[in-house]
Design a protein around this ligand. Structure first.
Ligand code: DC
Length: 223
């Protein structure tokens, strides 16, 4: 049976992971949150006081970083479950700077490409359709109105017991969007052959239904 690669890109908090997880579950595919990998690197850099503008130091640190996902899809950094910690605001505040470092991107992209070797994956991020899997059979570029994104992220953090204000969330999203889309190395960009979905007025079920139709047209088979 043929399996495909599905790349989902878009700005922060526009619902990529919800859609990607839903698609992966319906297709029996593996879901990979590439943002979690950049967040894990950021956590390591913060803990070990790695200078954000010292490429050589970053390169050396990367040799000591091992990131994987366990069976419950939780992020494991050097054997430690860091799923909770990588979602905290401190990591969110630095992750765009860390992920703009070329050595970091090279190391993550290499690992992400290895994860897709046997296809059957849904990966979400910023450069999945443009850099990681330029030949992905299906590329989705997700968008949503800024206010909607801030509100969703705020609710998500609140449900996890993380205290913050809507204004702080809004500022963090604006800041990350700016860095993610203007960095020199693989900025967030819609691939020429990506299908854009604006989900501002769509619920989860509607998005999943539409994306599933796209996946089936691209050659995926529902198990
Ligand atoms: O998807 P997320 O918000 O958890 O991603 C966290 C950060 O990681 C985001 O601000 C930019 C970076 N990132 C990236 O540069 N490339 C990716 N493929 C995924 C995430």
């Amino acid at each position: 049976m043929d399996k495909i690669i599905i790349a989902i890109d878009g700005r922060s908090s526009c619902g990529k992971s919800t859609l990607a997880k839903g698609l992966a579950a319906r297709l029996g595919y593996t879901y990979i949150d590439s943002g979690a990998m950049y967040r894990a690197v950021t956590l390591y850099f913060l803990r070990h006081h790695i200078g954000l503008d010292d490429e050589e130091q970053a390169r050396q640190a990367l040799d000591n970083i091992n990131i994987r996902f366990n069976a419950e899809n939780r992020t494991i950094l050097n054997g430690e479950d860091v799923e909770g910690e990588i979602r905290r605001m401190e990591v969110s505040n630095y992750v765009s700077q860390v992920s703009a470092i070329p050595a970091v991107r090279r190391a993550m992209v290499r690992q992400q490409q290895a994860m897709g070797r046997n296809k059957g994956i849904v990966m979400d991020g910023r450069d999945i359709g443009t850099v990681v899997f330029p030949d992905a059979e299906l590329k989705i570029f997700l968008t949503a109105a800024p206010e909607k994104r801030a509100q969703r992220r705020f609710e998500e953090l609140k449900s996890k017991g993380i205290t913050t204000s809507l204004e702080e969330v809004r500022q963090n999203l604006n800041h990350r969007d700016h860095i993610d889309s203007t960095r020199e190395d693989s900025p967030l960009r819609k691939a020429a052959d990506a299908i854009e979905i604006d989900n501002t007025h769509m619920n989860r079920a509607e998005q999943l239904k539409y994306a599933l139709e796209l996946a089936l047209s691209a050659g995926a088979v529902v198990e």
